[in-house]
Design a protein around this ligand. Structure first.
Ligand SMILES: *[C@@H]1O[C@H](CO)[C@@H](O)[C@H](O)[C@H]1NC(C)=O
Ligand SMILES: *[C@@H]1O[C@H](CO)[C@@H](O)[C@H](O)[C@H]1NC(C)=O
Ligand SMILES: *[C@@H]1O[C@H](CO)[C@@H](O)[C@H](O)[C@H]1NC(C)=O
Length: 403
């Protein structure tokens, strides 16, 4: 009996291999090679204490109908050397996808390639932002990629045979073309005097060309810096299983309880929040943990292919739970303990990621997820912290995709 069962299992495995191999990894490794391109943003000149928050339109990015497989970025100097966070703090970088009107291009020279626009210019009319699938209101958290100080130590690779479909001509409205823009926000610090990880600031305190307060009498050289970003992609073909991007925000409150009919406007993502100082309530085993939770109804579900959280200094981890309490993904910050770029002491230099075996973690249509973001709280409050979850979800599995 036992042997019979074993035989059955073996033949089943062989059968599966035969069926699955032609359209998954084996096909991929031989036919669809990952391409890599390294690009630099335009230079930004910074003096000690200055803040740069720039929007660059029409950045260099793969053209044509392709599947993105990963994007990484870091701040480098003129020689291409990585700049550590205690010299230049990379608060955020983000990549946005948009359609630009072709007719507008010929008459309006305001949007030259690489022209720098400030956040306050907002999105021009001739451009349509193509946001991710959700779930915040309006254009809030609509980026395709967005990460902060953890950029050097966080894996963004999308496993085979999944990919993020871009540049499909059939999706671009008549008279428009697809382009990408990049926002990056850095603060140059007084060299050698780290911007405190418990730095009190917020989204609305620093904007482009503002100046942080420096030690009296401090003067330092100007520096020329770049955001170097690396894009990995493959040509699109029918074997690629598309994934959708969700960016969940722990500050989001959703008004409606009807999961079949949630409008984007029902969401209220605040992006940032404040961690209150430690009090007796939050004190547990002599440790003070601030736990923030929100409940988020998902209109459409799917299979989780990748998950990662985003937190700021002080963050100690974040978990996304299903309606029944099962863990969908837990992502924990790694703090640096040295001096060199990628290991800066006291900063979040990476986030752990989730790569569930495809098909093993499913979000159901209409399921209400709970997101939890934990920060260690101290005697002082922390302002402007974030609790995001970035999820890649496939609505089909590879074998379903090709039938
Ligand atoms: C830019 O960075 C500063 C500090 O580094 C931060 O306080 C601010 O929120 C950032 N701005 C945006 C729009 O992300
Ligand atoms: C967050 O805190 C809650 C409550 O103490 C705990 O149950 C959970 O495991 C914590 N999650 C992470 C990722 O630290
Ligand atoms: C970070 O630096 C510390 C101190 O030099 C060292 O012990 C540690 O191994 C470094 N970590 C990594 C990931 O390089």
């Amino acid at each position: 009996m036992w042997f019979a069962t074993k035989d059955m299992v073996i033949s089943l495995v062989i059968l599966l291999l035969v069926l699955v191999t032609p359209c998954s990894s084996a096909f991929w490794s031989t036919h669809n090679k990952i391409k890599t391109a390294i690009h630099y943003s335009p230079a930004t000149e910074l003096e000690p204490g200055s803040v740069s928050n720039k929007f660059y339109y029409d950045i260099e990015f793969p053209r044509g109908h392709v599947a993105l497989k990963g994007v990484t970025a870091e701040v480098v100097d003129e020689a291409g050397n990585p700049v550590p966070l205690h010299q230049t703090y990379l608060h955020h970088w983000g990549l946005f996808r948009y359609y630009e009107s072709k007719s507008k291009l010929s008459t309006d020279t305001r949007y030259d390639p690489h022209r720098v626009l400030h956040m306050s210019d907002s999105f021009p009319n001739s451009h349509i932002l193509v946001r991710n699938i959700g779930i915040c209101q309006g254009i809030i958290l609509g980026q395709y990629y967005g990460i902060g100080s953890e950029t050097r130590g966080t894996n963004t690779d999308i496993p085979d045979p999944f990919g993020l479909e871009i540049g499909n001509p059939a999706q671009v409205p008549e008279g428009y073309e697809e382009k990408w823009c990049d926002l990056y926000n850095v603060t140059v610090n007084e060299y050698g005097i780290p911007l405190s990880p418990s730095y009190e600031g917020g989204l609305y305190c620093c904007y482009d060309q503002t100046q942080c307060r420096l030690r009296k009498g401090f003067h330092g050289p100007k520096r020329t810096l770049y955001l170097r970003y690396t894009v990995k992609w493959i040509d699109w073909d029918e074997y690629v299983v598309p994934v959708k991007i969700y960016v969940l925000d722990v500050t989001d409150t959703v008004k409606t309880l009807d999961t079949s009919n949630i409008a984007s406007s029902d969401h209220d993502c605040r992006v940032e929040y404040k961690v209150d100082p430690c009090n007796s309530e939050s004190k547990k085993d002599n440790e003070c943990v601030d736990v923030k939770r929100t409940s988020l109804p998902m209109q459409k579900g799917g299979y989780v292919v990748y998950g990662v959280a985003h937190q700021h200094s002080g963050g100690i981890g974040s978990t996304l739970y299903g309606q029944d309490g099962r863990v969908i993904c837990t992502s924990i910050p790694n703090y640096g303990s040295g001096d060199e770029a990628g290991n800066e002491s006291g900063y979040i230099v990476g986030m752990t990621t989730c790569y569930p075996k495809p098909g093993s973690v499913k979000i159901f249509d209409g399921e209400k997820l709970t997101m939890e973001s934990n920060y260690s709280s101290t005697t002082r409050s922390r302002t402007g912290v974030m609790g995001l979850f970035y999820l890649l979800v496939a609505e089909q599995l590879p074998h379903e995709h090709r039938t």
